[in-house]
Write a protein that binds this ligand. Structure first.
Ligand SMILES: NC(=O)c1ccc[n+]([C@@H]2O[C@H](COP(=O)([O-])OP(=O)(O)OC[C@H]3O[C@@H](n4cnc5c(N)ncnc54)[C@H](OP(=O)(O)O)[C@@H]3O)[C@@H](O)[C@H]2O)c1
Length: 289
């Protein structure tokens, strides 16, 4: 299937739905009992279904997730894929950023990243040298675009003021429950400043796939969709928002792809924004820094 893109005025464009790899190969460390083959197969299947946006990080399974991604993408046309990785804050010094990027490329067995993100803000290392290294990577052609993750409006502005390049995305925790980007003004800021917001954890690890919440059940009935499809469609129906989920199960992959290529009415988007129960204004996982 064709996954639609969202395009910025600057020309940068990203598929509205991608594949996440947190928990590929382990958590922050490699898990030797992990079912690697199943995860590689899941990503291959997703690519065969048309997914091109693949999100990973040096931090995932201490680099091993990137190795699993390299096995999954082997044989596919690199130019058709959009590969994203992230540098962890302990590597935000100039030389460390360069080394991290090289190591990610080596593990992924690719010659460039489509997008490289600062994983989360860190005050202990001056961001000036981090952004200088990001500029160098871009100028050397090793990364095509620069982005950030879990950055507040202020951290974003500060990073943007220290690079010659446009920061094209901010990847943050955003879904029907976690509304920090709305409450903090980050979503508005992204819209006004031509930045895409990549919403991580769209189904809140499955919590948002469960029926039994009145407002969700009503919308599911109206569109003949599942709760997870409503949760994902609600995100991508919004201006400047794209998302990505991790799906090892084929059932989840098919279900989530069914969230694309249809449009929820604005009145339902707003109703869910206003009235979805149990909203939280700050992420418990990684609050914006
Ligand atoms: N920048 C950051 O700090 C940050 C933080 C967290 C995540 N991320 C990125 O965002 C991606 C997505 O977030 P996430 O993996 O934490 O959460 P998620 O995608 O909301 O949830 C993934 C979990 O939910 C299950 N799932 C997926 N679709 C489902 C469905 N339709 N119904 C029921 N369960 C479903 C998956 O199961 P199966 O795998 O068994 O199918 C998996 O256990 C990550 O993988 C990562 O790439 C970035």
């Amino acid at each position: 299937m064709t996954i639609p893109h969202k395009k910025l005025k600057s020309g940068f464009s990203l598929p509205v739905f991608g594949f996440g790899t947190w928990r590929f190969g382990g958590d922050f460390r490699r898990d030797l009992n992990n079912n690697d083959a199943e995860q590689i197969d899941a990503l291959k299947t997703a690519i065969n279904y048309g997914i091109t946006h693949i999100d990973t990080a040096e931090r995932y399974a201490a680099g091993f997730a990137e190795q699993l991604v390299s096995k999954a993408i082997f044989g596919f046309d690199r130019k058709k894929l959009f590969i994203v990785s992230k540098v962890w804050p302990t590597n935000f010094r100039y030389d460390d950023v360069l080394r991290s990027a090289h190591n990610s490329l080596k593990r992924l067995k690719v010659s460039y990243l489509d997008l490289y993100l600062l994983h989360k803000p860190d005050l202990s290392i001056p961001i000036r040298q981090t952004m200088k290294a990001m500029d160098k990577l871009k100028e050397d052609g090793l990364i095509k675009n620069i982005g950030v993750s879990n950055f507040s409006v202020n951290s974003f502005k500060s990073a943007q003021s220290l690079t010659r390049n446009k920061i094209v995305v901010n990847q943050v925790h955003y879904n029907l429950i976690f509304r920090e980007p709305e409450k903090s003004g980050l979503l508005d800021y992204c819209r006004k400043n031509d930045v895409l917001l990549i919403a991580w954890r769209p189904v809140e690890k499955g919590i948002l796939s469960v029926k039994g919440i009145k407002i969700i059940d009503e919308v599911c009935r109206k569109y003949n969709k599942t709760a997870a499809q409503i949760a994902i469609n609600w995100l991508i129906s919004q201006k400047n928002v794209v998302t990505l989920a991790k799906m090892v199960s084929q059932k989840h992959l098919h279900e989530n792809l069914g969230a694309l290529n249809w449009q929820m009415d604005n009145s339902d988007i707003e109703k869910l924004r206003r009235s979805f129960p149990g909203q939280k204004s700050v992420s418990a996982a990684v609050p914006l820094g």
